[in-house]
Ligand binder design. Sequence first.
Ligand code: M6R
Length: 618
Amino acid sequence: MCGITGYIGYDEAAPLLIRALKKLEYRGYDSAGVAIIDNGKIFVRKKKGQIKLLDESLSASTLSGNTGIGHTRWATHGEPSDINSHPHIDAEGRIAIVHNGIIENYVKLKQWLQSRGIVFRSDTDTEVIVHIINYFYRTSQGALLDAVMETLKLLTGSYALAIVSADYPDRIIAARKNCPLITGLGKTGAFIASDVPALLEHTRDLVFLNDGEIAVLYRDHIELRSSEGEVLKRETTHIDWDVESAEKGGYPHFMLKEIFEQSKAMSDALSPRLKMGGPEAAGANKVIDFDEVKLDERWIMARRIVITACGTAYHAGIIGKYAFEHLARIPVEVDIASEYRYRSPIFDKKDIVIVISQSGETADTIAAMRLAKQNGACVFAITNAPGSTLSREADIVMYTYAGPEIAVASTKAFTTQVMCIYLLAIELGRLRKHISGDAYRRYIAALSEIPKQARQILDKKESIQRFAARQFNKTKMFFMGRQFDYPVSMESALKLKEISYTHSEAFAAGELKHGPIALVDSSTLVVTFATQNALFEKIASNIREVTSRGAASLVITWEDVDSFDTVSEAIFTLPKTEDCLSPLLAVIPAQLFAYYCAIQRGNDPDKPRNLAKSVTVE
Ligand code: M6R
């Protein structure tokens, strides 16, 4: 999705804006631009393609000035081009804006503006905003903030906006509705951006705008206002992430770095929630003890858990279904957030609704959460992003502590989400008396081993790299598994398609004969997850069914299992844990496989085509 930034202060704006835009690159973009105010005039530079082209253009002939806004565009309305890139300016060249989001009623607004003689330069929905601001600015005797507030009333859809005016070089106005926007005061001035990494080198104390709020940035202070213009007070949120954790740290790509960070990330998600002592059932051993969550009567008596999320977070939710049902014997319904929000779901006061989102800013997940809240549900959020919309609006929040995840393809966010789910499911299982004291201790001991076991898997990365070098050009790659291995298959197929652009699908292995097997031939690779001991024989026959039709095969199973030695030409083994905890480990070789296939195919895994990190529009 688009990224926006702005700076007003004592330093030159252009290099700061470029640095911030580079930190927003991961969101996905196809063009970039800046507008700088200098000597009472606005100067705009924008380029289709990578930020480095914009940077080179600015190095060749710089724009000077201490106030500016910047943008990375992810095209929705109008092709990627210099003209359609942001910033957009009004007809008189006195106002410039950058925008993330979609203006749903732009056609009507455009017709109205055209009927007043406005000539549009771009095909974007955004351009209407700047012309309307100009219209109100002219009719409100030059009160820029009033003009912006009047304009916002006319817009439907979503926006994060930053606006500068040549008549007001001492301020930047920013506003949000359904798109993230964060502001902070650094040593040399005030900053605004779509996401935290762009601000971290200047300050870690940030103000997260709520929907409908407006921020007016001056070089030495920031004013927060309501949509009606009243001045608001808001505490800053301190962000612990350090600057380095949002950098590549010697890895060729963020994705590989984040795959390797999983051992630590899972330990960070787990350790603060495992404490000594506690309930009788666990004796004097470590027990699960959440600071942020009280699994009270409501959880114990819940009739059902409803989980909703998108993409990878949805796959974590499906693992949640298997985990809560297996460990706590509570029925779980999982739904894709974009379906849930429109299918008029049935609410029950005795439900717990869990929303999962790395960014906490996914438009469909936020809408699903709001729908559940409006219907009286208690919403529990699992997210990685303090200060995000989800974290502020949910009733209870559990942080994944994965640290910043920059690569578009989610890895450590997934495994930490799954870790949080297991903690909840095991504790709920104990409280609902479905897990004995012995089993509880066994699961906790197993979870404690997971970070070390993840490292052991990562140490074997070369074997996956070699396998990818042999198989990367297969035209179809399928993933299959049963029980806990099925959602891992789904996540693996998503990872592979996102960055290698290979046609990949996931099947519940039992479904193979019901259709998918028709696709299997010698151009196919089938990766099978086989971690559910009780189903080894069944999955072995599924593997035989695909290899006998010419498919290449890789089986991902436990060490010391020989059930697949004669059925698959390639086997990758995982250190043994409880079968029901296998997703935490089994997904790692699949992430590595996707990464190395992308590299073999010459793709940049950090910037997959057509994808954005945070999907803040529908
Ligand atoms: O920020 P969220 O977890 O809400 O994002 C949800 C999906 O957009 C995200 O998981 C997406 O599927 C990733 N690109 C997967 O790698």
